[in-house]
Design a protein around this ligand. Structure first.
Ligand code: UDP
Ligand code: MG
Length: 306
C-alpha cells in the first residue's frame, strides 16, 4: 500500500462527507493505492452513520470506532497502529486542513522523514494564535527543531516514523519532537488553512495548561528517558551539597559556643538535604525501572553496511 490517510474525529458530522469527497478528488489522480482510516473518537452526534454512508461507495475507507472519547493522541496512535501505507498522512476532520496539500506533503517527504504543515496564514481566533506562537517559540528553542508549527494536524510521515513514536496522553502536540529525538529528519512546508466551517473546537482554554505539561513531559522523555538519574541525581546532588555546606557552617558555629537552634538557616539546611536525598532516590528508582524494560529507540539503526 502506498498511502494511508489517518483522520481522527470527534463530533464532526457536518464536515465528514465533504472531506471524503475532497480527499478523493485529490488522491485518485495520484494513482496510488491508498486507504483512509477514520478514527471515531467517541462521537455522540451523527458522525458515525454519515461516515458509514460514505463508506458504502468508497471502499478505501476504514473506520475505527472508540467506545468513548479518548482524545486525539489515542485516536492517532490507533490509526498509526493499523496504517499499512509506506506514507502516512494525518489531517483534522473539520475541513480546516486542506486535502489539496497532500501532493505537496508527499513531494516534500522526499527530503524528510516527517513533514509538518505550517499554518502560515492561520484562520483561528486570536486567543488561540498568540499563545500558540509562544508555545511554538519555546518548543523551537528548547528542542532545536527549526519548524514554526508543531501542532499542525496536517502532517506526512514515512512509515518507520509512525511505527517508532509513542503517542499517548496529549503528546500529539509534539510529534515532531518525538520523531526528531529518534533521529528522524523533520521538515515543514507552508499549508493552506481554513476557518472552522461547522461545529466548534474540541480543545478549550485548557489546551494551554495541558500544552505546557506536555512540553515538560516531552522534554523529559526525549532527554532523560534513558537516564533519569542524570536529571534527578544532579538536582539531588546540588541540594544535598548546598544543604551540607550550610549545616557544616552551623556546626562550626555551634562548636564555638554560638547557639544555632533558632537560626532559619538551620531549617533551610535540613530542608535542602531532605529534598536532595528524595530527588536522588527518585533518580535511582527511575534507573531501576528502565533497567527492567527496553526503552531504546525502535528505529535507531538507519542502515547496516557489511
Ligand atoms: N479530535 C478528536 N478527539 C478529541 C478532540 C478532537 O479526534 O478529543 C479531532 C477533531 O474532531 C478534529 C481534530 O481532532 O478532527 C482537531 O480538533 P479541533 O479542530 O477541535 O482542534 P483545533 O483546530 O481547534 O486546534
Ligand atoms: Mg480545527
Amino acid at each position: 500500500m502506498d498511502l494511508s490517510i489517518v483522520i481522527p474525529f470527534y463530533n464532526e458530522q457536518d464536515s465528514l462527507r465533504e472531506l471524503v469527497e475532497k480527499i478523493y478528488e485529490i488522491v485518485v489522480p495520484l494513482q496510488y493505492s491508498f486507504e483512509i482510516i477514520f478514527i471515531d473518537d467517541g462521537s455522540t452526534d451523527e458522525s458515525f452513520p454519515r461516515l458509514m454512508e460514505a463508506k458504502a461507495n468508497h471502499s478505501e475507507i476504514k473506520i475505527i470506532r472508540f467506545r468513548k472519547n479518548f482524545g486525539k493522541s489515542t485516536a492517532l496512535s490507533e490509526g498509526f497502529k493499523r496504517a499499512k501505507g509506506e506514507i502516512v498522512i494525518t489531517m483534522d476532520a473539520d475541513l480546516q486542513d486542506d486535502p489539496g496539500e497532500i501532493p505537496n506533503l508527499i513531494k516534500a517527504l522526499e527530503n524528510y522523514d516527517l513533514v509538518s504543515g505550517w499554518k502560515k496564514k492561520r484562520h483561528d481566533p486570536i486567543t488561540k494564535t498568540i499563545p500558540s506562537k509562544f508555545f511554538n517559540f519555546i518548543t523551537r528553542i528548547l528542542t532545536g527543531i527549526k519548524i514554526h508549527d508543531f501542532n499542525c494536524g496536517l502532517k506526512a510521515y514515512r512509515k518507520e516514523v509512525i511505527k517508532a513514536i509513542p503517542v499517548y496522553g496529549e503528546l500529539h502536540r509534539y510529534l515532531p519532537v518525538l520523531a526528531h529525538w529518534q533521529g528522524f529528519n523533520v521538515g515543514e512546508i507552508a499549508v493552506k488553512h481554513h476557518p472552522r466551517k461547522f461545529g466548534k473546537t474540541k480543545f478549550g482554554a485548557r489546551r494551554f495548561l495541558s500544552g505546557f505539561f506536555d512540553l515538560l513531559s516531552v522534554l523529559f522523555i526525549t532527554r532523560y528517558r534513558q537516564k533519569p538519574m542524570h536529571l534527578f541525581g544532579l538536582f539531588g546532588l546540588i541540594n544535598i551539597m548546598v544543604g551540607f555546606a550550610i549545616l557544616l557552617y552551623l556546626t562550626i558555629l555551634w562548636f564555638q559556643g554560638i547557639g544555632i537552634g533558632r537560626r532559619p538557616l538551620l531549617f533551610l539546611g535540613i530542608l535542602l538535604v531532605i529534598v536532595g536525598a528524595q530527588s536522588f532516590s527518585l533518580g535511582l528508582i527511575g534507573d531501576m525501572l528502565i533497567s527492567t524494560r527496553d526503552t531504546r529507540p525502535k528505529f535507531a539503526v538507519k542502515e547496516v553496511i557489511e
